[in-house]
Design a protein around this ligand. Structure first.
Ligand code: FAS
Ligand code: PHB
Length: 393
């Protein structure tokens, strides 16, 4: 098989890149190791930055998002039984965020790709990227159900690794530098069939640990609890989860947490990770294949969007002018935004989580940082600007 752009991975990065290239007159081939149901069902991100919303609309992929998504103009910080609302439009000149799950973004992009785009091959696993330093890179892959050893080769002009943290593309970048931090805790996340107990997201810092109230719709809640990194989700009963959430969201007023049947429960590990560079020859990395942030800042999916917007613009420029200058600038352009998101995600994580073994001094420092945000427009503005999104490109 032969194509101009071979994309490994049909998560948000790979699917959006395919859509943006299609709109630029380039039809890539997308290889995805799992089946369609897995990609569309996997519970992950829930918040779209203003920039991501704008990109999806411009790409012709925002119609259901605009119909079903929930526009949010702020978040609530909760600490020491206090409640403080961060008003995004007032602090950022009008920016907000959209609550519209990654699962829905992927469904919309898959439907468009199958209707109008190039080949989207599910249950097709990329085995290796070869010849990235040549002008004919190729992807060795195995189609679903093929007998052991039956391999195919996709010859490309360019290969893009959108295959996430556990993919194969990154290993084809020699001499890469990695920067990493792991955390001694993770998030126990639940989906529950109950109306959210607040109309915006609530990020709670409590001596017992972090908790987050989010949502998927007016009738489905998404909530998270900080738990030790090696926690087994099944070791928590539904009642224990609701009881612990209630403790961590406690306030001085009469706010109450509504309960309902839990329909899904899983533990997400926490990691900060960056691989430099995000390019080797004609191989480019985008999204989680190149970087990971703890979900506290709601940046993961939105960083992937910034990468593929930058790359699609560079590939279209190369096709139109023959110039490699934007491709040559890709890695540095993305990494500047990646490191800002890493900084913000790390700050939000250390601000709100109670690290095991934290000293009383560190606990007071956390409360002082939160009090500063609640009492300083400058501190609050930094959070609001970062949360609603860093400029792309
Ligand atoms: P993805 O990992 O989404 O997609 C990679 C795709 O490549 C997958 O479909 C995979 O099957 C495929 N693939 C892998 N290897 C392959 C191979 N060899 N051949 C073919 N295909 C291959 N972000 C937030 O903002 N908020 C959150 O709450 C949040 N929660 C998360 C929870 C979990 C458990 C995880 C793992 C991540 C979470 N994230 C969250 C981050 C997440 O949203 C990612 O940033 C986002 O999925 C990045 O998208 P992609 O880069 O497309 O990678
Ligand atoms: C979610 O709704 O899944 C979500 C929201 C905000 C975050 C992380 C996850 O910071």
């Amino acid at each position: 098989m032969r194509t101009t752009v071979g994309i490994i991975g049909a998560g948000p990065a790979g699917l959006l890149l395919a859509r943006l290239l299609h709109n630029a007159g380039i039809d890539p081939v997308v290889l995805e190791s799992r089946d369609r149901a897995y990609v569309e069902r996997r519970q992950r991100a829930g918040i779209l930055e203003q920039g991501t919303v704008d990109v999806l609309r411009e790409a012709g992929a925002g119609e259901r998002m605009d119909r079903e998504g929930l526009r949010h103009d702020g978040i609530e910080l909760r600490f020491a039984r206090r409640r403080h609302r961060v008003d995004f439009p007032a602090l950022t000149g009008g920016r907000s965020v959209m609550v519209y799950a990654q699962t829905e973004v992927c469904k919309d992009l898959i439907a468009l790709q199958l209707k109008e785009g190039g080949p989207l091959m599910f249950e097709t696993e990329a085995l290796a990227v070869e010849g990235a330093e040549t002008d004919r890179p190729r992807v060795r892959f195995r189609r679903g159900g093929a007998e052991e050893g039956a391999e195919d080769v996709l010859e490309c002009d360019y290969v893009v690794g959108c295959d996430g943290f556990w993919g194969v593309a990154r290993s084809a970048v020699p001499d890469g530098r990695t920067f990493e931090r792991t955390y001694p805790f993770g998030w126990l996340g639940i989906l529950a069939d109950v109306a959210p107990s607040h109309d915006e997201l609530v990020y709670a810092r409590h001596d017992r640990g972090f908790a987050l109230l989010s949502m998927r719709s007016p009738s489905v809640s998404r909530l998270y609890l900080q738990v030790p990194a090696d926690t087994d989700a099944d070791s928590w009963s539904d009642e224990q989860i609701w009881d612990e959430l209630e403790r961590r969201f406690e306030t001085d007023d009469d706010w109450t947490l509504r309960r309902g049947p839990i329909t899904q429960k899983s533990v997400t590990p926490m990691r900060s990770y960056v691989h430099e560079p995000m390019r080797h020859g004609r191989l480019f990395l985008a999204g989680d294949a190149a970087h990971i942030v703890p979900p506290t800042g709601a940046k993961g999916l939105n960083l992937a969007v910034g990468d593929v917007v930058t790359l699609a613009r560079a590939l279209a420029h190369r096709t139109a002018t023959g110039s490699d200058d934007l491709l040559d600038a890709y890695s540095a352009t993305c990494l500047r935004r990646v490191w800002q998101a890493e900084r913000f995600s790390y700050d939000m994580t250390t601000l709100l989580h109670t690290a095991p073994g934290a000293t009383p001094f560190e606990d007071r420092l956390q409360l002082a940082r939160l009090d500063r945000i609640a009492s300083s427009r400058a501190a609050e503005t930094d959070l609001a600007e970062a949360y609603t999104g860093f400029p792309i490109g």
